[in-house]
Design a protein around this ligand. Structure first.
Ligand code: NAD
Length: 257
């Protein structure tokens, strides 16, 4: 990944940060984007300290705001003169509620961030990648982009849309050397998920985790680093021919009936 320029949205924590660390280790220069500026700066500082040979730039942006998305793409291009990869990762779950009870404002927010945020990223990065005749894009869907999840209708709708937009970008821009794929993570043990287990069972969070993991074919939760490894392959030149796929990274959970 040396000399490659990769943009990561939602980079301040969770899967975005884990992937940033994997890519930094492989020598990529990074443009880290998030709307949580303080956490973003701290994460960038940590990465820069551990990997002093790469360049790390941060841009505060809310991906649901088209102008702010255009700005992070512009900043990346002005700073590096090219964009090799976009990891379109920022997303939210929304609240859990039945279809008829779902709060409309939250519904729209989930769609604005998860669907429109990914679309704006595509809209502004594709023309640059087309001129370069090269680009790799990884959009973040979810197991909820493959099947339904009870009480999470807007999340499921937005993640199916991410999978659909991935297919369209793949077929419209493949001829310009641009490969677009999506990943569909299952339950990955980010800090947020680990904290949730602490709330479920403050005395023994590991027991809560084990109980949850017992439903997975591997009897384990995913490690954020596993997601980083998959993304680092899909967003690199090593991926020469995978295009328009939504790749589940869920221990096989989405195959359960
Ligand atoms: P997280 O909450 O730990 O991190 C998300 C990051 O995105 C945060 O830094 C947050 O500030 C940022 N963000 C959220 N909305 C934003 C916006 N509008 N503009 C800019 N930044 C924004 O979540 P995570 O678990 O790392 O999830 C990352 C992606 O992976 C999401 O798209 C999520 O839907 C997807 N996902 C996660 C899991 C999992 O198990 N962790 C499973 C399936 C899918």
């Amino acid at each position: 990944m040396k000399n490659k320029v990769i943009i990561i949205t939602g980079a301040a924590m969770g899967l975005g940060l884990a992937t940033a660390k994997v890519l930094a280790k492989k020598g990529a220069n990074l443009v880290l984007v998030d709307y949580n500026e303080e956490a973003l700066k701290n994460s960038a500082k940590e990465i820069q300290t551990n990997y002093p040979d790469i360049k790390v730039t941060t841009v505060k942006a809310d991906v649901s705001d088209e102008a702010q998305v255009k700005n992070y793409i512009d900043v990346a291009f002005e700073e590096f003169g090219k964009i090799d990869g976009l990891y379109n990762n920022a997303g939210i779950e929304g609240r859990q509620a039945s279809i008829v009870d779902y709060d409309m404002d939250v519904f729209k927010k989930v769609i604005d961030i998860n669907l429109m945020g990914v679309y704006y990223g595509l809209r502004y990065v594709l023309p640059i990648m087309q001129k370069q005749n090269y680009g790799r894009i990884v959009n973040v869907a979810s197991v909820g982009g493959i099947r339904g999840v009870i009480n999470q209708m807007p999340y499921v709708a937005s993640k199916h849309a991410v999978s659909g937009m991935t297919k369209n970008a793949a077929i419209e821009y493949g001829k310009y050397g641009i490969l677009t794929n999506a990943i569909a993570p299952g339950a990955i043990l980010t800090d947020m998920v680990a904290n949730a287990f602490k709330q479920v069972n403050p005395e023994d969070p590991k027991a809560a985790e084990k109980e949850y993991a017992s439903r997975n074919p591997t009897r384990a939760l995913g490690d954020p680093k596993d997601v980083g490894s998959l993304v680092s392959f899909l967003i690199s030149e090593e991926n020469g021919y995978i295009n328009g796929q939504t790749i589940a990274i869920d221990g096989g959970e989405s195959n359960l009936y």
